[in-house]
Write a protein that binds this ligand. Structure first.
Ligand code: FAD
Ligand code: EPU
Length: 342
């Protein structure tokens, strides 16, 4: 049985029936249909930086290697069509070299271009949905190719239609981006706001520097980035917490700023909640809550799926008990039959 360990940046020891890569839709459909006829489960994988195999997977893992980048210009925009199997950070770096600006805040996020719409990747004040024009998909059952508009994708915070109505129903083959030639740099995030005379290149370099200082490098320490989403809570709950704790970090969720105060939605950093719950730096068997960013769980080497699940459940229960807030995983957790929830 082939090992999945190097196919997921968390690096747990897990096996599956078969791992096959594909470079175009025809070869994907051929493997997919064979697996389907044999009633085998399948899981589509990009760079494995958001997927944790907590157990052996009873099925076939299909690794997307559809490549290619094409580009054309209009007076106001750069248009890019990118194969889903391209590496995200390499693509962002190419765009910087070509002066196709807009992606600078999203530098150094691991993974593939094809996964970027799935959870609408975001960092340092920018979410990728603002740059996505269309997403090219193949519907798995019918083998039919479909073009989804930005609106069709129903993007939200770490969310899209690919996690709901279209979950496990499509292969993303290409992502089409539309970059306005004139736009405002996003420098509201603390350390970016301190840049003097910011340029896209300065933002790109600073984002890389911040990320390297806070986040563990998955090539050195297994991890999947933020393990949980930042929770969004009603203002009344935030205020109850703020009465008990000094200076609770928080952000009013955009879109609710215009509402009456008590209807506003407040995002509280999960890192702060986990830190307050006493997990920062804590180790359970071979899983550690990262000392400089407690929202990230790491594999110290030899961790098991059980260790990860136990640690995650402990954190959820502790934050729930202390603050009345239910943390939700951001990562995709896999068991023997496919995606699992905690
Ligand atoms: P995978 O783990 O391979 O797949 C993720 C999900 O998408 C799976 O459900 C998979 O089935 C599905 N999928 C993948 N490709 C396709 C396809 N072509 N068609 C259909 N379904 C597909 N995320 C952020 O948003 N912001 C960050 O700042 C950030 N920082 C990170 C830092 C580190 C150190 C790490 C390890 C991760 C970080 N992440 C971040 C999470 C991760 O990088 C992103 O979610 C990324 O988009 C995952 O890409 P991937 O190709 O590795 O996805
Ligand atoms: N904090 C603590 N203790 C700590 C560290 C942080 O209390 O030890 C608090 C601080 O108040 C800090 C706040 O947490 O201001 C937020 O921390 P940070 O700016 O590092 O970001 P985050 O909210 O924890 C989110 C994303 C990251 C993204 C960064 C930068 C989610 C789930 N995570 O993290 O995305 O890179 O912002 O924009 O939204 C990922 O999705 O995998 C990921 C890494």
């Amino acid at each position: 049985m082939p090992s999945l360990q190097t196919y997921s940046t968390f690096g747990l020891a897990a096996y599956c029936d078969s791992i096959q890569s594909f470079t175009d839709v025809a070869s994907f459909l051929s493997v997919f249909n064979t697996s389907k006829n044999d009633k085998n489960a399948i899981y589509i994988l990009g760079g494995g930086s958001n997927s944790i195999f907590t157990n052996d997977f009873d099925g076939t893992v299909l690794v997307n290697e559809i490549k290619g980048i094409s580009h054309f210009d209009t007076e106001a925009h750069h248009y890019l069509r990118v194969g889903a199997g391209e590496n995200w950070h390499d693509f962002v770096t190419l765009c910087m070299k070509e002066k196709w600006y807009g992606f600078e805040n999203l530098a150094l996020i691991p993974g593939s271009v094809g996964a970027c719409p799935i959870q609408n990747i975001g960092a340092y004040g920018v979410e990728v949905n603002r740059l996505i024009d269309k997403v090219e998909c193949v519907f798995l059952e019918a083998g039919e190719q479909v073009l989804l508009s930005n609106e069709d994708c129903q993007f939200g915070y770490r969310d899209s239609v690919f996690k709901h109505a279209l979950a496990n129903k499509v292969l993303i083959t290409h992502v089409n981006f539309k970059l306005p030639k004139h736009y405002e740099l996003e420098t509201s995030y603390g350390e970016l706001a301190a840049l003097s005379e910011p340029t896209p290149e300065k933002v790109y370099s600073k984002v890389i520097e911040i990320r390297k200082s806070k986040l563990p490098n998955p090539d050195e320490l297994g991890n999947a980035g933020s393990f949980f989403k930042n929770p969004v809570v009603p203002k009344a709950l935030y205020e109850a917490i703020a009465q008990k704790y000094d200076s609770v970090p928080h952000f009013v969720v955009s879109g609710s700023t215009e509402l009456p105060a008590l209807q506003q939605q407040i995002k509280i950093p999960a890192a702060w909640l986990i830190d307050q719950a006493g997990f920062k730096g804590k180790t359970l068997n071979k899983v550690r809550c990262h000392p400089t960013q407690p929202l990230v769980l790491t594999n110290l080497g030899g961790a098991t799926g059980g260790d990860v699940i136990t640690m995650a459940k402990d954190i959820i229960a502790s934050v729930q008990g202390k603050f009345g807030i239910q943390l939700e995983p951001e990562v995709r957790l896999l068991g023997s039959k496919g995606l699992i929830s905690l």
